[in-house]
Write a new protein. Structure first.
Length: 162
């Protein structure tokens, strides 16, 4: 059972994911991190996350699931940083709007017996503007959340083990 989630990027999508988790009854710990301290603080104040992490990598290391909610190139950068420090019982996913580079990086960096699993994702939801202040627990309600298959699966996905 999943009890610890890290949301890296607590703007609109990240804070909305935290609020949606709470609204659906998730009672585990949600740790958030944002490069903008203000966005992290706001996500915490609105109840989207339980605590603001000082170190994003440490937050991911202590979580079972990490949700990357940041621009594509920042996501790619964090994938490089997370791959060597996360283990096979952990899952990483993202909310990026394009999947080509992310899927290629995931195939190279994750989804091996000694590494975390990576499931490229994209929720078909959002708003014209961003930021935690616009977060909404219902943002994803009724929306399709796409996930990209790993073309060369090498093991059972982590989600099946949790």
């Amino acid at each position: 059972m999943i009890q610890r989630i890290a949301i890296l990027g607590t703007g609109l999508l990240g804070a909305s994911a935290g609020l949606a988790l709470r609204a659906s009854g998730f009672d585990g710990k949600i740790t958030g991190w944002n490069r903008s301290a203000e966005q992290g603080r706001l996500a915490h104040e609105m109840g989207a996350i339980d605590e603001v992490a000082v170190d994003a990598i440490e937050a991911a290391q202590t979580s079972q699931v990490t949700l990357l909610c940041m621009p594509i190139y920042a996501t790619l950068d964090f994938m490089e940083k997370l791959a060597p420090v996360l283990g096979p019982q952990q899952l990483v996913t993202d909310v990026g709007s394009t999947k080509g580079m992310i899927s290629e990086a995931a195939e190279r960096l994750f989804n091996t017996p000694e590494r975390a699993a990576f499931l490229p994702g994209h929720p078909m939801a959002g708003k014209e503007r961003g930021g935690a202040a616009l977060a909404d627990a219902d943002l994803f309600r009724g929306a399709v959340w796409l996930f990209t298959d790993d073309p060369n699966p090498q093991r059972t996905p982590v989600g099946a083990e949790l």
